[in-house]
Ligand binder design. Sequence first.
Ligand SMILES: C[S@@+](CC[C@H](N)C(=O)[O-])C[C@H]1O[C@@H](n2cnc3c(N)ncnc32)[C@H](O)[C@@H]1O
Length: 243
Amino acid sequence: MNEDGFFDDRVAATYDAEVGAARVDAEDPMVRFLAGLAGGDPALEFAVGTGRVALPLARHGIPVHGIELSRAMVERLRAKPGGSDLPVSIGDMATTRVDGRFGLVYLVFNTIMNLTSQDAQVACFRNAAAHLRPGGAFVVEVMVPRLTCLSPGNPRHVFAASEGHVGVDVYDLVNQGLVSHHYVGRGAAVEHRALPCRYVWPAELDLMAELAGMTLAERWGGWRREPFTAASDSHVSVWRSPG
Ligand SMILES: C[S@@+](CC[C@H](N)C(=O)[O-])C[C@H]1O[C@@H](n2cnc3c(N)ncnc32)[C@H](O)[C@@H]1O
């Protein structure tokens, strides 16, 4: 892997098409949810990527700043309408500081899991809290670990299976890790990519928030504020700084 990590030129080139970035507009439930929490204040996106979320949020009238590790992803953001106006700091979201205080810091699409140690995830929560104005909100969207989908002795979970893409998560139950394997069809060839992750439970995230001085305010099963239940695959959680 180069300095861009997993999200190098090759991944960045196809990212938007693969995740359906064009479907996210200013009226998307996720964008409306985030805009509502920001109020009129500026927002900070950790791991802003190609601006899939930040650009529609900015079109919603919220000034957005991004932090992002991969220059290749930011190049894609820059090439989009409005992309050259969106300030981005290149760096690690667990440690990079930007000027100003924000009403909202957000980290979506399972990306907290890209920090592969508990220390780094805790540092990320502390970094979010350090950027919030009093009473500001930190939002994380992340999957619920699928341990109930594993059969005894088999740590693999097939989370995607279509003609062009097979996705297999391989869990490391001892170290609370997983490697997300993607097999992507490219004509007659199949490309394999492996993304190292650390899975994390809602209760552990709440403890990380508490260590960073924040308190759980909301937890939902999705961006439309669906109830979070035992059947939820993922959650959208909101912690607030005091004040
Ligand atoms: C799944 S993409 C999400 C991008 C964007 N937030 C979205 O929702 O489309 C994950 C992004 O996180 C970035 N990333 C991974 N680890 C990071 C870190 N430690 N600091 C900053 N960015 C990071 C990657 O480079 C990539 O752009």
